[in-house]
Design a protein around this ligand. Structure first.
Ligand code: GLU
Length: 282
């Protein structure tokens, strides 16, 4: 029954605070879920442990709460599912769908040359795990970006599912996570658009359903750079959360009436849900 209910998620990495760009994506995903009577779940993509920042999780939870972006159900953490990822990798290795690769960074070309694909690399040698891609065409209809089609082998090559430092790659984990959480709608930033075909390919290899995808634009600063930790985007200022939300509704091109900015967070979100027009986000 519930499998068909709209279910989506926001999946921040706990690598720092939420800046306006991340909250913009969170709000788009929240409003699209709520306008479709959906569940909106929260998951921390916390596998890349060297990049995790102490306190970031608490800080992100507090930011979302202050903005009234309440998630449904328990918060999930990728780090709780390490056994599951490793078990699936074992299985894929056994089935010959992935292989050990001992190439180091300096040996690598942008599209991996498949040097290790047909070699037998013993488990005790430092290695990554790569998936055998093929020339299949992966296509999907993005809810905002239209028809996207990639040739996996040509455009991505055999990509990494587990890094040499034993860290499970985001690409792979996200596919199992979205399945475990029954995610059937993903609304996230455009920076992940070109990663999506890899995720769909993995869903096909693992016989898992493909969610609907919507990739929203990325906010940029005055220099035209993506707002991110690398470009030193500031944490979202929570002194007036209602103004943050009002501003984001404007940035999402939802045309909120000026009087709305004086209202509280709940009223603004209610207006946002009732008047949500995904197609206007450009
Ligand atoms: N954790 C990813 C990020 O912060 C998002 C993953 C996703 O939405 O699939 O960029």
């Amino acid at each position: 029954m519930h499998a068909s209910r709209y279910t989506s998620r926001f999946a921040p990495s706990p690598t720092g605070h939420l800046h306006l760009g991340s909250v913009y994506t969170a709000l788009a995903s929240f409003l699209d879920a709520k306008a479709n009577q959906g569940f909106w779940q929260l998951r921390f993509d916390d596998l890349d442990t060297p990049r995790n920042v102490t306190g970031a999780t608490t800080n992100i939870l507090k930011t979302l709460e202050t903005l009234g972006l309440h998630w449904d159900g328990e918060v999930d953490y990728q780090s709780l599912h390490l056994d599951e990822y490793h078990a699936v990798l074992e299985n894929l290795l056994f089935e010959g769908k992935i292989y050990r690769c001992k190439c180091s960074r300096k040996d690598l070309t942008p599209i991996y040359a498949q040097t290790c694909r047909n070699q037998h690399i013993p488990a005790n040698i430092p290695h990554s795990l790569r998936i055998k891609t093929d020339a299949r065409e992966i296509s999907f209809n993005d809810g905002l970006q239209g028809h996207i089609s990639h040739n996996l082998a040509e455009q991505h090559g055999d990509f990494i599912l587990k890094r040499r430092d034993n860290i499970v790659a985001y690409q792979f984990a996200v596919v199992l996570d979205d399945f475990r959480q029954n995610i059937n709608h993903v609304v996230r930033g455009m920076d992940l658009l070109h990663e999506t075909p890899k995720q769909i390919f993995l869903q096909q290899v693992l016989n898992l359903p493909t969610p609907n995808y919507v990739h929203v634009p990325i906010l940029v600063n005055e220099k035209g750079e993506k707002l991110s930790k690398q470009t030193l985007a500031a944490a979202v200022d929570l002194t007036a959360p209602n103004l943050v939300l009002f501003n984001l509704l404007q940035l999402l091109n939802q045309n909120p009436p000026p009087a709305l900015q004086a209202e509280n967070v709940e009223t603004i979100l209610k207006w946002g849900i009732e008047n949500w027009q995904l197609a206007q986000v450009r």
